[in-house]
Design a binder for this molecule. Structure first.
Ligand SMILES: *Cc1c(COP(=O)(O)O)cnc(C)c1O
Length: 837
């Protein structure tokens, strides 16, 4: 209850005046609520927005509708926390710098099982429900897969009634909005909180204080640290409900906002580049102003360093306080608390928890260390060296000197142990050291996370294997029992039930609705792949989803696509290792085939791309430009009409994924083998009945295992072959010996796709030919084209296609995040459900 309404009710009871009397007194009389429900929606419009029902705009309608849904869940939300407080179970805390939530209204309605009621209420009130849902901005508090995984995990933990909480930052600006002009990416700020967010609740009473050993000021446009001038920041929590399916458990996502106490000496500074444009004046509030838009790369900026510490310090202070309210013995912390670190971003939790146990609880080192290790667990998300976080040691020295002391002591003890176990192996000591020596000494955050926790997991079998045998081999040899795999998953509630109602209904009609919370049940669809009637129903559902997407695209952008063409998609962050460029080369080859031989028999195809590039990632932006120019060149060629079309859909986000994935026939998962840790869009496509054309990488390997390799279109070098051929690989060989490859490249370099901008694609020539083609595009192009041919041939046989697609859906049961979370709970957290009565 807000303080405002509390004050009002106190006054009413004090004066012994009833609510309706009071309203009458002010000349409004009791409000007449339309419809049959309890009138929450009207109350919100009239009393929150002070708007006449008849003139309320779509945005006001959305706010009132969302608030009504929150009203429905709020008591359940209170009761959930109350149940946890009484039962005092082992709690799970998921620490992540990113939560890519997307929209919440439709998801919450579905998870509360209120779909029918919401539709009925909208009908009675003459509300355009689909239009109203469009008013909600995406909560884009993440870059891509890592942040979306955190959001799927929250959904699964609430559905499985686990006592869990997410901790993150409440960025005022989420991932930037992308627009395309002349084929180039432009970034605009994502001011998603411009209008009040109906879900969040500010919990001022749970504010925490974070101490730093320095202040800051702006100097020549960059951050200057004023050492020896300690300052504090305030962390204010904003809570968002996480509705479990069925509405039994409502967990909390707690996002921190930085604020300055009056005496705070945080002065203006800018962190440069993209972020600097927003955080021009850095008061304390600017700390949580903006999400860093870098995916799988660490930019090593000072503001980000403090953001990471701020998340850790606020969250640990909060959870320790909660632990102490029900427990007295610090030794029981690992029995009551499991903390999962989503990548190394929150790995300062290792020295920060040590600091709390040593300096505040006054425990001895060994006891504190034992508790810390048992409480923390770390998830690694990538093998790319540019993603491994390393912070300059002097930053710790100036800003967090106590944390540095603790890190150095952890390292001293670690290296003693290494030397004791591997006498004389100083190479190993140097590799394992938390401190990287050099002109700029650095703290290796992955080493810190592995040493300070009891579990390190990768996110797909191949990734966990490479982690153990290559990336952090030395650690796996010393602590083999800590290493494990947890193959990622996605929530089937958002990605199938909500996103694809037509397919969801088709599935429910044949196997019942148990699959929504027990996704392995989709396995029951397997025999139906041979049922002609079911295949027809299945094809109808896919055709309807494609038509719906085509309608949406037409009405929002004016572009037309043919729902009878093959919808072939690659949607994900733009990165060289994900090889959007390989996909584009495939399309250039197909284009060349059609140009030289217009009579060639080829299914009509529509290629969809979407994805954002990090603002400072030059080559990724050139790749976007190339795809756009390819699209417009093909569009301008009458011979391609009805045969080949390419679209780059701007501003890829969760909401766009929810529209496009159900409508897709083909999922491209074509990363250089060994470089995609898991991938999760691969799973979303699979459960929506798309066929995958892809490399043996990440979780795609396990997906093919589950559905049967004969139902996948796998191609290209294996991770082993990529590693083995690194030393001698030469892209020129493919240029010289494969005519279609050469013709495609020559066409690009002849400025065929850049007639008025000669030379813009020179960076593509550089990377593919002059710099050795690190991601081996040319090595895989031929086998990609062959797989593509097989795929196209199959499409001509609609029943053959439907059969494989159904077997894919039937084989996707493993890739629910419920399964992933069950494994984390059993193997890492040792946590059990705590049902709310
Ligand atoms: C699922 C998802 C991702 C992850 O996609 P990958 O292909 O696994 O990299 C990224 N962004 C959004 C919006 C998503 O929904």
């Amino acid at each position: 209850m807000s303080t405002k309404s509390m004050a009002a009710s106190t006054r009413v009871s004090a004066g012994k005046v009833t609510e309706s009397e009071l309203l009458k007194q002010y000349g409004c009389g009791p409000v007449q609520f339309a419809g049959t429900d309890n009138g929450l929606y009207e109350r919100h419009l009239i009393f929150d927005n002070v708007t006449d029902l008849k003139v309320a705009g779509a945005r006001e309608q959305f706010e009132a509708f969302a608030r009504s849904v929150r009203d429905v869940l709020s008591q359940r939300w209170i009761r959930t926390e109350d149940t946890y407080h009484r039962a005092n179970p082992k709690r799970i805390y998921y620490l992540s710098m990113e939560f890519l939530i997307g929209r919440s209204l439709a998801n919450n309605i579905t998870n509360l099982l209120l779909d029918d009621l919401a539709k009925q209420a909208a009908g009675q009130k003459h509300i355009d429900l689909p239009g109203l849902l469009e008013q909600e901005p995406d909560a884009g508090l993440g870059n891509g897969g890592l942040g979306r995984l955190a959001a799927c995990f929250l959904d699964s933990m609430a559905t499985m009634q686990l006592p869990a909480m997410g901790y993150g930052l409440r960025y005022e600006y989420g991932i930037f909005k992308q627009s395309i002009r002349d084929g180039w990416q432009y970034e605009q700020p994502d001011n998603w909180l411009r209008r009040p967010d109906p879900w969040e609740v500010a919990r001022l009473q749970d504010m925490v204080e974070v101490r730093l050993n320095c202040s800051f000021e702006i100097h020549g446009g960059s951050l200057r640290v004023i050492a020896g001038q300690p300052a504090s920041l305030l962390g204010i929590p904003f809570d968002r409900p996480v509705v479990g399916h069925g509405g039994k458990t409502i967990n909390t996502l707690r996002l921190w906002v930085a604020a300055a106490p009056d005496y705070f000496n945080f002065q203006r500074f800018s962190s440069g580049d993209f972020v600097g444009a927003f955080a021009e004046t850095l008061t304390a509030e600017s700390l949580t102003r903006v999400l860093y838009p870098d995916d799988t790369t660490s930019m090593g900026q000072g503001l980000r360093f403090i953001q990471e510490y701020f998340l850790v310090a606020c969250s640990l202070a909060d959870l320790v306080r909660r632990f102490q309210s029900s427990n007295t013995d610090w030794n029981t912390l690992p029995e009551k608390v499991a903390i999962q670190l989503n990548d190394t971003h929150p790995s300062m939790a290792v020295p920060e928890l040590m600091r709390i146990l040593l300096d505040e609880a006054h425990l001895g080192w060994d006891q504190a260390w034992n508790i810390t290790q048992k409480t923390l667990a770390y998830t690694n998300h990538t093998l790319l060296p540019e993603a491994l976080e390393k912070w300059p040691l002097v930053w710790f020295e100036k800003m967090l000197p106590r944390l540095l002391e603790i890190i150095l002591e952890i390292n001293r003890r670690l290296l003693d142990d290494v030397r004791a176990q591997f006498a004389g192996d100083e190479g190993r000591v140097a590799r394992m050291s938390i401190v990287e020596e050099g002109t700029v000494r650095k703290i290796r955050m992955a080493n810190l996370a592995i040493v300070g926790s009891h579990s390190t997991n990768g996110v797909a079998a191949i990734h966990s294997g490479l982690l153990r045998t290559m990336t952090v081999k030395d650690f796996a040899e010393m602590f083999p029992e800590r290493f494990n795999n947890k193959t990622n998953g996605v929530t089937p509630r958002r990605w199938l039930l909500l996103a694809n109602p037509m397919l969801a209904n088709t599935i429910t009609k044949s196997i019942g609705d148990g699959w929504t919370t027990d996704f392995a049940q989709v396995g029951k669809l397997k025999p139906l792949a041979d049922d002609k009637g079911f295949r027809e129903t299945f094809l109808k559902a896919k055709r309807a989803a494609k038509a719906q997407f085509a309608d949406w695209l037409k009405s929002t952008s004016g572009q037309t696509v043919d729902p009878d063409s093959i919808f072939d998609c690659q949607v994900k962050r733009i990165h060289e290792y994900k090889r959007q460029l390989l996909n584009a080369l495939r399309i250039v080859v197909l284009y060349n085939r059609l140009r030289t031989n217009p009579g060639v028999d080829m299914e009509p195809r529509t290629f969809f791309f979407a994805g954002k590039a990090a603002p400072a990632y030059r080559l990724a932006k050139v790749i976007i430009k190339f795809i756009n120019n390819l699209a417009s060149t093909i569009d301008g060629d009458p011979a391609m009409r009805g045969r080949l079309k390419v679209l780059f859909l701007p501003d890829y986000c969760v909401s766009l994924a929810e529209r496009l994935i159900p409508a897709s026939d083909v999922s491209n998962q074509i990363s250089t083998a060994g470089y995609e840790a898991s991938g999760t869009s691969n799973m979303k496509f699979m459960m929506n009945g798309a066929l995958t054309i892809g490399t043996r990488d990440g979780a795609t390997i396990e997906m093919a295992e589950e559905a049967g390799e004969e139902n996948f279109f796998l191609f290209g070098l294996t991770a082993q072959q990529v590693a083995d051929s690194r030393s001698w690989y030469n892209p020129h060989w493919h240029y010289d010996n494969d005519a279609e490859t050469r013709e495609a490249l020559d066409l690009i370099f002849s400025d065929h796709f850049s007639r008025y901008e000669p030379g813009v694609f020179a960076p593509l020539r550089d990377t593919l030919l002059n710099r050795g083609d690190y991601y081996m595009h040319l090595a895989d192009l031929r086998s990609y084209l062959e797989a593509d041919q097989r795929l196209c041939d199959l499409y001509a046989d609609q029943h053959g296609w439907a059969r494989k697609a159904i077997l894919n859906v039937a084989g996707s049961g493993k890739f629910s995040s419920d399964r992933t979370i069950a494994e984390y709970a059993a193997d890492i957290w040792k946590a059990k459900p705590c049902p709310v009565q």
